[in-house]
Design a protein around this ligand. Sequence first.
Ligand SMILES: [Zn+2]
Length: 238
Amino acid sequence: MDQINIQFYKTKIGELLLGSFDGKLCLLDYVHRRMRVTVDNRIKKGLGADFVEKNDRILSKARVQLDEYLNGERTSFDIPLVLVGTDFQKSVWEALMTVHYGMTASYLDIAKVINREKAVRAVASANGANSINLIIPCHRIIGSNGELVGYGGGVPVKKRLLKLEQNNSGLSDNEKYNFIGGKNTKYDGVFFTAVKTTGIYCKPSCSAKKPKRENVIFYDTKKETAKNGYRPCMVCKP
Ligand SMILES: [Zn+2]
């Protein structure tokens, strides 16, 4: 029987399990996630192979790139992957890889990418079944209301990853300002727009009248925005 080389790897976002098969990465997942055994079994069965704790070139390379990513020094990965799942799951995971660093998308956005607009729940489920985390960026998927929804590594880790990416994607305040008011939801949940003259804060996609540049201040979290005395907008309900 063939083997899947696995390695456990402690990082600042939790302990990870990495696996490689035939020179490709098949697993990069949180050791303590729900359904750990189910996911492992799916991969073993799908590849017809068992786990063996052993290091190799691809696992070393993945760890190096992972460290660089977590240190904010890397915005994309260059590792060959083998996706283990149904055709539908694979199509969702491939669509997830089109959501770039520092961006977010909703389940509906992904459903549209694969031309299955009615299959939002199945998309959410395939997203949850992703077992090559970070490289297949399921952490960039947020609810259509901007909520962070669930994550295998926990919502605090998801928040931390989105914040890391936002800080490193180099979006200046002027770029944020140019982006707002376009009804595009890709930065919803990543930053909030507060208006000094009204005391109201919005999602970047809010369709209300665009405020003047000098009246706008940007915050990274809802909590921080509220702490500074701003109230949520009635139109976009951030
Ligand atoms: Zn608004």
